[in-house]
Design a protein around this ligand. Structure first.
Ligand code: NYM
Ligand code: MG
Length: 207
């Protein structure tokens, strides 16, 4: 039976690892293959909450660590209805960062445990596919613009990577990001092509 809903695909990984580039390439791949697909990015800096997050990340606005965590989560809830509707109408939704980023970055600060961080994420849409772009932190440091935002120090990024490893579920797809853009893209396409025929109609909730 033909699938009536779209697939929710999430990209995760450290800063500057190439998530946005690959997510956008995947959107284009779907479109050239005759599927409707949209790109969603978290944080979505275009909303009022996103604008506060942006100021925090640029170091222009101080914020309590627990508060900024909740703002990132609220920013995802803002997009819930739109993402839900798109998926149910058959569109692919390709997301650059999701709840796993929320947990990984806040747990790395050492101010809250997994349970606290996960709590407000509960009930968001569960991804059908998580693609983790994996890289050595040393490689990321050398990429353009590394260091421009608050979390971009190699020490913090190493700890974020450690937390990601703990969060990782068996169905995550780990892709080596230290290769050229096309090679990485081809690997991602293989993962997605593999998953598409086995998609269930029901959209599950997170945690
Ligand atoms: N970030 C992103 C969080 O700390 N929590 C979240 O829930 C999300 C979605 O924002 N350093 C952090 C990770 C990044 C920063 O994201 C900005 P990006 O993808 O670099 O624009
Ligand atoms: Mg970044």
């Amino acid at each position: 039976m033909a699938l009536k809903r779209g697939m929710l695909i999430v990209f995760e990984g450290n800063d500057r690892v190439g998530k946005s580039t690959q997510a956008k390439k995947l959107v284009e791949w779907f479109k050239t293959n005759g599927k409707l697909a949209q790109f969603v990015q978290f944080p979505d800096r275009s909303t009022p909450i996103g604008s506060l997050i942006n100021q925090y990340l640029k170091g222009e606005q101080k914020m309590h660590d627990n508060s900024i965590h909740l703002l990132f989560t609220a920013n995802r809830w803002e997009k819930f209805d739109e993402m839900n509707a798109a998926l149910r109408s058959g569109q692919m939704v390709i997301v650059d960062r999701y709840s796993y980023s929320g947990v990984a970055y806040t747990v790395s600060k050492g101010i809250a445990d997994y349970e606290w961080c996960r709590g407000p994420e509960k009930g968001l849409l569960k991804p059908d596919c998580v693609i983790f772009l994996s890289s050595d932190i040393k490689m990321l440091q050398n990429r353009g613009d590394f260091g421009k935002e608050v979390y971009e120090t190699s020490e913090f990024q190493s700890s974020v990577r450690d937390v990601y490893m703990k969060l990782m579920e068996p169905n995550w797809n780990v892709i080596d990001a230290n290769r050229n853009i096309e090679e990485i893209h081809q690997d991602i396409v293989k993962v997605v092509e593999d998953k598409l025929p086995n998609l269930q109609q029901e959209i599950l909730k997170l945690w």
